[in-house]
Structures are given as C-alpha cells and as structure tokens.
Design a protein around this ligand. Structure first.
Ligand SMILES: *Cc1c(COP(=O)(O)O)cnc(C)c1O
Length: 399
C-alpha cells in the first residue's frame, strides 16, 4: 500500500443512473409509500452532497484508517496455495475493528447521520453483528442509538445483546410476526417514519434507493485496496476473485473495483443451506424477480409467489432478498453466483483454521469453499474476501 491514505472511491464508477435513481438495469428503485419516499429522497440528495465534499471524504478516510485499522492486509495463504496449486490471497476484512467488513459502512453512514443533524440512529439486526457495528459507530460520534431485534434472536444471541448494551445503545425487542430479522426491519421502519430526527442505518446492500448505492460506495474501499495490493505483490491483476453474498455488501465492496477488468472472473458464494428449496438462502439461484422490502430485485418465494423465509447456517447470509446490483450482475453474466451448502462451509471453516491459523466467519467460509473448489489444479491467481472473523461461530458445534 502506498504511503498516502486515499481510501475513498473516485466518484461512483461514473454511474449516474445508479447514483441518481438507484437503478441497475431494470433492478433497484424506491418501492415505498409516500412518507418514506420523502425521507429517502432527502437522504439521497444529502448523500450526494456529502460525497462531493472533500471534508466529508477526509473524515471518512480518517476513521477508516485510525478507528477501523485500514488498509486491511492482502495475505498470501501459502498452505492453501500449496494444497490447491493456485496462488490464493486473502483480503483480511476479519482484522477490522469489530471483526468484519460491516464497520466500513456503519462509519460512512454514521458520519452522514451526523452531517444531517440526526439526534438518533436506528438499526435492525438479526444475529446482532450489524447491531454491534452500529452501536460502535454511534458511540464513536456520540449519537443516541436504538437497535431493533426480534425476540427470538434476542434470546439466542446473548453475547451480542450484551455488547450492544455495553456500547450504550438501547435494545428494542419486537414480538411481531416470527420475531426475527424481517420483523425487526418492519419495527425499525415504523419507528423511523414517525421520528423526524432519526437516521436509519441499514447494514447491507439491500432496501430502497439510496441504500444500495450508499452501501456500495462505503464498501468500495475493500476492492480499491485489494486491486492496488495485488498489483504491488504480483505485478498483475488476479485471474479470479471470490466473496460470499448475503445482502451483497462485502461482495460488491471487493467486486466494484474489478468490474471493468474483463479478464478477471468474478464468483460469488450464496448461502445454499441444504442445497435446495425450501431450506436455502441462495436467492439468485432459486429466487424470482420481484419487489421485496422496498426494491425490485430477486427474492425467495413460495408456490404462490409470496416471499418466504430463508435458511442458512450463517446468520449473515440468511436473508430472502438480495442487492439489486447483484441481480443486475447476475442477469448480465458479469458475476457468477454459486450455491455453497452449510456442510461445505463447515468443512472450509475447519480447513482454513487448521491450514492457515485463521478462523473465518462461517459466512466467509462459503467463499473459501467455492474458491478452493474452482481453483484446484488451475495454477492461477485468486483473491478471497475474508469478510469477517469466526470468534462468533466457534461455540456452535463447528469445532
Ligand atoms: C453480515 C455478514 C455477511 C453478509 O452480508 P453482506 O452484506 O452480503 O456482505 C458476510 N460476512 C460477514 C462476516 C458478515 O458479518
């Protein structure tokens, strides 16, 4: 990495249609009732003015470097390289403060909230990872924080519940519906609409415009660094790159900088669950195009075309929707989306722990599994996005 810490993307890949309307081909947009649309339009214009402002960009860079600990290393995994016959690098997002890529986005959005004069930020969380990242960012800038979580998740994620409270956030447990992630989203949106001074801090590249474009922007640093680092290390671009996709934020973070490099193959690992419907979270493989939670993208549906619950061993991948940008990248064929099952992810989780001394998040293990499968015996050069660390996963019967 060079000595200047220019970590912010140079404009939005010149994609005006995405920036202004949140459209990726026919996907994306803002499918919401009027009161919400008004808030989103305001957020969209404030976001554009923020990223045009060098002071905002410098502040974002400052916190990425000194609070998150960027740039994250690009690590040559020698044992994995020996085992597969392909040179494999790991982009170490697991080394970020709080242990995953999510902090890049929460820092960006909290600075935007502060700039907009928000008195309070709200967030939804499933397993609690985004709740912790948001509570962390809110503590950093001194804004009040409410985290909405389904009662069922509160009961099974006690460590993250304690972390959220320790960081000074208020935890709001909801008993609506199945009392899990999508119910927490609904509760948070309801609160947001009725609280003019609040800012909704969304955790992945999903939901209505401008969230997908904002989250993509704040995560762009991952690929921007990786591209520079691989050129420094190898003198050339990789043959292929890999990431897991839940909502799509760590994947778009890595992929964004390489989309224009047509010689770089891009592969994404979906949370395959059992490997077939209905016990799966592989939205792009098994889902249908449709409107879900404010955006037109793919979604897992039942026989009648209604959105269904997803299934994956990895809480971060367990979502029935997907980023509209990934929907577009699938339809254009630029990115290949693959099913990786729970069992394959568990095998990769154990394998990376033993071969490299790195315990990956079970989400990231999906990408490791896919990369090893596709690179075996290929004598090529690949990068895997290691989106997070696996401390949170060791207690389950994975070890
Ligand atoms: C949340 C999470 C994911 C999935 O979210 P994306 O938005 O698809 O990146 C992947 N890995 C880790 C470690 C996570 O915490």
């Amino acid at each position: 990495m060079s000595t200047t810490y220019d970590m912010v993307p140079d404009g939005l890949l010149n994609d005006e249609k995405a920036l202004l309307e949140g459209m990726y081909g026919k996907f994306g947009g803002m499918y919401v009732p009027p009161p919400l649309e008004e808030k989103l339009q305001k957020l969209s214009s404030e976001f554009r003015s923020a990223i045009d402002d060098p002071l905002f960009r410098n502040e974002f860079s400052y916190y990425l470097k000194h609070f998150v600990g960027r740039p994250s290393p690009l690590f040559l995994a020698r044992n994995l390289t020996e085992a597969t016959g392909s040179k494999i690098y790991l982009k170490r997002e697991d080394l970020n403060h709080t242990g995953a890529h999510k902090i890049n986005n929460t820092i960006g959005q909290i600075l935007l909230a502060k700039r907009m004069g928000a008195r309070e930020v709200i967030a939804e969380t499933g397993a609690g990872q985004h709740g912790v990242a948001t509570a962390t960012a809110a503590a950093l800038v001194g804004i009040k924080c409410k985290v909405f979580m389904g009662k069922v998740d509160v009961d099974r994620q006690s460590v993250n519940v304690s972390r959220i409270k320790l960081l000074g956030a208020e935890l709001i447990s909801t008993e609506m519906g199945t009392a899990t992630l999508k119910d927490a989203v609904n509760a948070a949106i309801e609160y947001w609409v009725t609280s003019p001074d609040s800012f909704y801090l969304l955790g992945s590249q999903v939901g209505p415009h401008p969230y997908p474009v904002m989250v993509g922007y704040f995560q762009h640093i991952v690929g921007k660094e990786a591209r520079q680092q691989i050129i420094e290390a190898e003198g050339r671009l990789p043959d292929s790159i890999f990431a897991c996709v839940g909502g799509g934020s760590n994947a778009i973070g890595l992929f964004g900088a390489f989309l224009g490099d047509n010689n770089v193959d891009i592969h994404a690992a979906e949370g395959g669950g059992s490997g077939s419907k209905p016990k799966t979270a592989a939205t792009l493989t098994f889902g249908e195009p449709g409107v879900f939670q404010g955006t037109f993208s793919y979604c897992l549906t039942d026989d009648k075309g209604q959105p269904t619950d997803s299934w994956s061993i990895a809480a971060g991948l367990d979502y029935p929707g997907i980023s509209p940008q990934h929907a577009y990248l699938k339809d254009t064929g630029r990115v290949k989306y693959h099913v990786v099952t729970d069992q394959e992810a568990i095998d990769a989780f154990r394998m990376l722990s033993r071969t490299e001394g790195i315990i990956p998040a079970i989400e990231s293990a999906h990408a490791v599994s896919l990369a090893v499968k596709l690179l075996k015996g290929k004598n090529s050069l690949g990068i895997i996005n290691l989106s997070g660390r696996g401390d949170k996963d060791v207690e389950r019967e994975l070890a």
